[in-house]
Design a protein around this ligand. Structure first.
Ligand code: A2P
Length: 283
């Protein structure tokens, strides 16, 4: 006779299917009531190019009738470089956003879902060789550049790296500023590229809705010539300059239009050119 085990709480928990593609959260840091970053374990088989994104998420609430749960996934740029043992993500918090209203409460030890299929256009392979690379970000659009700024190839390929970041408020610049500051002490980059490699970086943060040393949208600051004067560089040109854009849709379109006027052409993985664009994904 087969022994029947009564269903109690313990067996019910054991019967719960494990999360597909589960990774464990290792670290979380909150910056403002709208922004946070977290790190998680990296699947041993996951290979990606700095600047790419993956789909990540959590299980959704159980269906009221069937009790079934579906994964709730969104595209997130990987903010850590390709050589890092862990993965880092930089996220917005939207109070009524389907995913980020839950994701903002994760704690170390919690599981998230990560589909290990990296894709994206903000990669070095999509650009032709050049002298200077520009990274243009608004808000959480900084994330892929947090990866590329920690990627040795960025400094091997270019003499100068300019990163502009436009945010509404000063607190929204903290993640980027801390990251750039940390590069000065980055052992790998100082060893591989050479001590003082970080002097190649010009950081240009601006705010639009709170007082800071440089106010205004980067697009307006470029149109007036102020940004080029501050940075002590000529406007972008197709011979020497390469650019990557990651921000909200209006920002991406405005910059694209400006670049076309400068004579720059959009590139892709299959056809490298002068600049590439990706939308910062919002919940
Ligand atoms: P602004 O405050 O003038 O709208 P958001 O949080 O809405 O995504 O915006 C992030 C930052 O991007 C804000 O500082 C915002 O400025 C700026 N921004 C929005 N649209 C554009 C655009 N078309 N060109 C440049 N900056 C923009």
């Amino acid at each position: 006779m087969t022994e029947q085990t009564p269903v109690n709480e313990t067996t019910a928990v054991k019967a719960t299917p494990t999360l597909p593609d589960a990774q464990t959260v290792t670290e979380i840091e909150h910056y403002t009531d709208r922004l946070f970053r977290f790190r998680c374990t990296r699947p041993a088989s996951l290979r990606f190019r700095s600047g790419e994104f993956v789909m990540i998420g959590l299980m959704g609430d159980p269906h009221p009738e069937t009790g079934k749960q579906k994964p709730l996934l969104r595209a997130y740029s990987i903010a850590s470089p390709s050589w890092d043992e862990e993965l880092e993500f930089y996220s917005i918090k939207v109070q009524d956003g389907p995913l980020t209203s839950k994701l903002q409460h994760i704690q170390p030890g919690d599981k998230i879902i990560l589909r290990p299929k990296p894709v994206g256009t903000l990669v070095h392979d999509a650009l032709l060789p050049g002298k200077r690379i520009w990274f243009f970000a608004t808000g959480t659009g900084f994330a892929p550049f947090a990866s590329l700024l920690r990627e040795p190839q960025t400094y091997e390929d270019y003499d100068e790296v300019i990163i502009t970041h436009t945010c509404r408020e000063v607190g929204e610049l903290t993640y980027g500023r801390d990251l750039i500051e940390s590069l000065k002490h980055d052992e790998l980059l100082n060893e591989v590229i050479g001590e003082g490699f970080w002097k190649k970086i010009k950081y240009y943060p601006t705010t639009t809705r709170e007082e800071s040393p440089k106010m205004g949208r980067i697009t307006d600051l470029m149109k007036s010539g102020e940004a080029f004067k501050d940075l002590d560089v000529e406007p972008l040109n197709p011979e020497s300059d390469r650019a990557m854009i990651c921000g909200n849709l209006a920002f991406n379109l405005e910059l694209k239009e400006m670049f076309e006027e400068y004579g720059l052409e959009e590139g892709a993985n299959s056809k490298p050119a002068h600049y590439v664009v990706e939308k910062a994904f919002l919940d």
